[in-house]
Design a protein around this ligand. Sequence first.
Ligand SMILES: Cc1ncc(COP(=O)(O)O)c(C=O)c1O
Length: 424
Amino acid sequence: MTTARTTPASSTAAGDVDRIYRTNLSAGRAMIAEMTGGHVEVASEGAWVTSADGERFLNAGGYGVFITGARHPIVEDEVIRQLRTHPVGTRMFLDPVAARAAEMLSACTPAGLERIHFCGSGAEATEAAIKIARLQGRRRLVSMYGGYHGKTMGALSLTARAAYQKPFEPLLPSVTHVTYSDVDELEAELRRHPGEVCVIVEPVQGEAGVIVPEPGYLHTVRALCTRYGAFLVVDEIQTGLGRLGSWWGVDREAVVPDILLSGKALGGGILPVAAAICTDEAFGVLNRDPFLHTSTFSAAPLAMAAVCGALRAIKEDDLVLRAQTLGAILIPAVTRSLTRHLGPFVRAVRGRGLLIGIEFSEPGMAGEMLVELISNRVIANFSLNSDSVLRFTPPAILTEPDTEFLLAALDNAAHTVGTRYQHS
Ligand SMILES: Cc1ncc(COP(=O)(O)O)c(C=O)c1O
């Protein structure tokens, strides 16, 4: 006998949403939300998010998605227009929106990167890169300790954190991890397997806690890959599209990888989109056989409209320069505030552009600051590969009052946490 089901009432009340999370989604997610105040988010515009009970929060988190802020008018216009005309294609005919998005994206990447495979998440872009490297005969993978490339099985094999890998072993074979920034260790590995390796690296390691390498690092990695016939994938899923105050991290060192990965901000804060942007040579086999690596919703017109909107918004609002300017204001101000209130517990404030990390020496302090910031109506990020680092990834559309709000909230939060530690 089947049990009659009632249609659940749609509710935004925190208690109802929490109950449904615990029943039908992830109870763990609900528990984390409870620790950060039990808020339910229902609306967003620009740098601000509104909760079900009408509170507004400045979004300096979002894991790097919102370089254009939420619902940027240019992105929203492009997406709504596409939604009303042709959101999903038949995959039988050609699509002008995909063509436009590909042409626009290729025009803002380093010369030589011109063949694009679009997909729906950063992890899928990593998977595409792994498969393309194999098609090119590079069956060994080298990634960096602390690196984050996603959590599908292939991407997870490269995301070198035991806590995420162990429960899912066995992962891909022939994967080695080397120390980020250590070019000698990388060279030793490449020398052992000439012509067989695909190296994947981030220009700045975001999830590891904003680890900025020595100047010249990427340039040397490129040179080593060329010398030993290795394939180079640069993962700019978090760092690209202006986040570091340059279009791409590779631009700073004039490096052209075989594949550049993009994601997060690529969908303009409205749709999930990612891409593997390849040289003509790297893409080779996929060019001849379009059925070798496919996915039903890859390059769907609606997602492509979001890409066009994101790229237009970044250009028309000069967001790359804006990220650089804001970073130059925020990084010293964040350093001053934290040194004042939490000096002995701050190991480092690191960053480039609008990717900013604060490393604490005291276990749990990053979490306490995150909670305290939410009490002061600012959203920040955890770091998936480092428990001791709090991260800010604010949008590049922050106004002066927004910036002041962020810094005042940080000052208050640091003061509160600092007082707690003085009295403990
Ligand atoms: C550098 C980098 N690569 C890949 C990913 C995976 O992207 P996604 O979560 O969209 O699969 C992330 C996500 O944080 C990332 O920061």
